[in-house]
Design a binder for this molecule. Structure first.
Ligand SMILES: NC(=O)c1ccc[n+]([C@@H]2O[C@H](COP(=O)([O-])OP(=O)(O)OC[C@H]3O[C@@H](n4cnc5c(N)ncnc54)[C@H](OP(=O)(O)O)[C@@H]3O)[C@@H](O)[C@H]2O)c1
Length: 275
């Protein structure tokens, strides 16, 4: 039987790469995007593509119903991945901007996962893989909204992991550091929309943030492509013992290591300088 998976946020970056790679490996992939041209591009690559915006509960319901119709009510795996990064100092972010970040990065993921679980419980097996971030484990200046959404995700899904023990449903979190994608370019739009950066006390520091976002994120020859995430996603999907955490990239591994060994006050000082 061909294995089935929903991959969200497949218009670019990690989701696009993983959807294509999994399909090439023989999975039946149900991929989501938002723009009609992205849905068409996925379809022209032979992938079954659907509209999904996590901020719209009816689009989550429709996606899931459509997939269930096509599979006869089965689903082997869900890769929650689609998200965006709202940059800006916490004091510059309105409650509305924060809510929107959580609708996209947190509540929508919970909604889709809620739909998958009864199906997986009925089958007696399933894999739930969530693309978190190193910023789900450590804080970083000017990333409060995104960081909070990923910390919330870690808390929620790890509690659920404990609740699903023995059910045959495995939960894994992937925590990448910087990976080549459109996350910074897409994030620039959200920063310009929601942060009054010219009138902020952080105006000077924002110059570096703006330069980083305009350049499409941090520039480093060591920055891996999305294949680094695909490699661990495969393990989370196929291994008999999928891990709870997959930390991807060396900056992310350093972050985890520093959190283990440094006293909190020193850790936060180091992290504050690295933004
Ligand atoms: N790249 C990194 O450095 C990095 C590091 C740590 C974690 N991550 C995580 O990796 C995942 C994928 O990001 P990426 O780096 O591949 O960035 P990306 O290239 O910007 O891709 C993000 C994807 O999410 C979709 N998306 C955005 N808002 C959405 C919404 N409201 N509902 C549904 N889909 C939505 C985007 O669709 P549109 O094209 O329509 O906007 C796009 O397909 C995210 O969860 C991100 O937090 C990335």
């Amino acid at each position: 039987m061909q294995q089935t998976i929903i991959v969200t946020g497949a218009s670019s970056g990690i989701g696009a790469h993983c959807a294509m790679a999994l399909r090439a490996e023989g999975w039946r992939v149900f991929a989501t995007a938002r723009k009609p041209e992205d849905i068409a591009a996925l379809e022209s690559s032979g992938i079954e593509a659907f509209y999904l915006d996590y901020r719209e509960p009816q689009s989550i319901a429709k996606l899931f119903d459509d997939v269930m119709q096509r599979t006869g009510g089965k689903l082997d795996a869900l890769f929650n991945n689609g998200a965006y990064s709202q940059a800006g100092a916490v004091e510059d972010l309105s409650v509305a901007a924060m809510r929107e970040q959580f609708e996209a990065n947190f509540f929508g993921w919970h909604d889709l996962t809620l739909r998958a679980i009864p199906v997986m419980r009925g089958q007696g097996h399933g894999r739930l893989v969530h693309c978190s971030s190193i910023l789900g484990l450590v804080p970083m200046r000017f990333r409060g909204a995104y960081c909070a959404s990923k910390h919330a995700l870690e808390g929620l899904m790890l509690c659920q992991r404990a609740e699903l023990e023995g059910s045959g449903i495995h939960v894994s979190m992937i925590e990448p550091g910087p990976v080549k994608s459109k996350i910074a370019t897409n994030g620039l739009v959200w920063f310009l929309k929601n942060v009054d950066y010219e009138n902020s006390v952080h105006r000077d520091a924002y110059k570096a943030q703006l330069d980083r976002l305009k350049a499409g994120g941090s520039v480093s020859r060591a920055k891996p492509g999305p294949e680094a995430v695909h490699a661990v996603l495969r393990h989370a999907l196929l291994s008999r013992r999928p891990r709870p955490h997959y930390v991807v990239t060396w900056p992310a591994r350093i972050g985890v290591m520093l959190k283990r060994v440094l006293p909190a006050s020193l850790l936060y000082k180091v992290l504050a300088r690295s933004a």
